[in-house]
Design a protein around this ligand. Structure first.
Ligand code: MLT
Length: 404
């Protein structure tokens, strides 16, 4: 008889954003007259930029003619896109990355969940806490995390690196030595980041300990400060210890279009096995590539018009971040993030738990945010608001919060 993967039974509750979605749906059903403003999930609201839409139209027309039709994409993605990525995201920043180290995919969420397939089950993973839930949950599904302590909200075999206001949201090296270290900067959910120098210490630490860093740089387009790295490959020695995940969701509004990529340098060799070849094998076997039309859309992100239009989009979201940050401060909240990232992280008031504050904000201001506890035990007592809403809704949400 079929036996199921019982690691799934260990997962507590549903995926964070599904739980929030259900709660908000129940509230709106019970209160149809209320205008609920959603600043919870980090989903973009601005339409796809005109230069990208034009590229997609051209690609659609190509697909309608025998001479320009495209079937299966090459395993790693089309060269036109991988070359544009190499030139713009890496060479322009002085990073040595080649096109055969780029693996185009349908997004960083899938890649961050799938990448752990390359590692043995007895590897210890380390995560910053709070953390994007996919890193932990995908390791739970694989059976790498041990048992769950419901009271403490922690897995026995996961190394947690707390990031709270007490340490300026900068993780310290853990006491136990991890094999795989997940880092995301600028950080989701806290909206804070670390400097290039601090990131270099993590690269040195990983190289010294034979660990691998999975570096999620999905929010790099929001960096405004000079001393923050856009890529981990800006650090010396990163090619021997780091995989980088990148997304087109937040810099180009592709949450519904779907496109991302993973960088696996050829120097990443563990136990004699090159991870680049392993990931190529996995990609070729289990994945048929992002659609041609979408990869052409991705190429347009790097065109001069695309770059100019996206710079404006990012600036609009950062204007929202400014409104949220300033409005919360004015209302007396303790606030973090929002300078190099589209997320604002606040201390919940009056000792409320983060889920209590979620309910309070939904009921009293009809504003949806994300409870910090959903991202890990050190997220308790904090709350996340996203700058990805419309400007008008963001301003209105803050007016409501200030009036509470
Ligand atoms: C978030 O709200 O944390 C993000 O939208 C999740 C994601 O990018 O998958």
């Amino acid at each position: 008889m079929l036996k199921v993967n019982d690691n799934y039974q260990k997962l507590p509750g549903s995926y964070l954003f599904s739980t929030i979605g259900k709660k908000v749906a129940a509230y709106t059903q019970a209160n149809p007259d209320r205008k609920v403003i959603r600043l919870g999930i980090g989903d973009v609201t601005q339409p796809i930029a005109p230069a990208i839409i034009a590229a997609m139209h051209r690609a659609v027309d190509e697909m309608g003619k025998a001479e320009t039709f495209h079937g299966y994409a090459p395993d790693l993605g089309y060269e036109f896109l991988r070359n544009a990525i190499v030139e713009n995201d890496y060479r322009a920043r002085g990073c040595e990355i080649t096109a055969d180290e780029i693996f185009v995919s349908d997004g960083a969420k899938c890649d961050s969940g799938n990448i752990q397939e390359l590692f043995a089950l007895d590897n210890r993973i380390a995560v910053t806490d709070p953390v994007y839930p996919v890193y932990v949950d995908s390791n739970v599904m694989a059976g790498r995390t041990g048992t769950y302590d419901e009271g403490a909200g922690v897995w026995s075999d996961v190394i947690y690196m707390p990031c709270t206001m007490e340490n300026d949201f900068v993780p310290a090296f853990p006491k136990e030595t991890p094999d795989v270290i997940y880092l995301c900067f600028p950080n989701n959910p806290t909206g804070t980041t670390i400097t290039r120098k601090q990131l270099q210490t993590w690269v040195d630490y990983a190289n010294k300990n034979g660990a691998l860093i999975i570096y999620d740089a999905a929010y790099e387009a929001y960096i405004s400060e000079e001393d923050v790295a856009h890529s981990i490959y800006e650090c010396e020695g990163a090619r021997t210890c780091a995989i980088e995940l990148r997304s087109f969701s937040k810099n180009a509004g592709f949450t519904g279009v779907r496109l991302g990529f993973t960088v696996v340098p050829k120097e990443l060799v563990f136990e004699g096995q090159p991870l680049n070849a392993m990931w190529a094998r996995r990609h070729g076997t289990k994945y048929n590539g992002a659609p041609y039309i979408v990869q052409r859309a991705g190429e347009a992100v790097y065109s001069p018009e695309g770059k100019a239009q996206l710079k404006e989009q990012v600036a609009t979201y950062m204007k929202n971040a400014h409104v949220i940050y300033g409005g919360l401060k004015e209302a007396g909240y303790t606030v973090f993030g929002g300078i190099n990232a589209p997320y604002i992280w606040l201390k919940t008031p009056d000792g409320m738990t983060s889920w209590e504050f979620f309910d309070f904000l939904l009921e009293k201001a009809n504003v949806v945010g994300t409870p910090g506890a959903g991202f890990g035990p050190s997220g308790e007592g904090y709350f996340r608001l996203t700058a990805f809403g419309s400007y008008e809704n963001t301003v209105e949400a803050l007016e409501r919060i200030k009036a509470l």
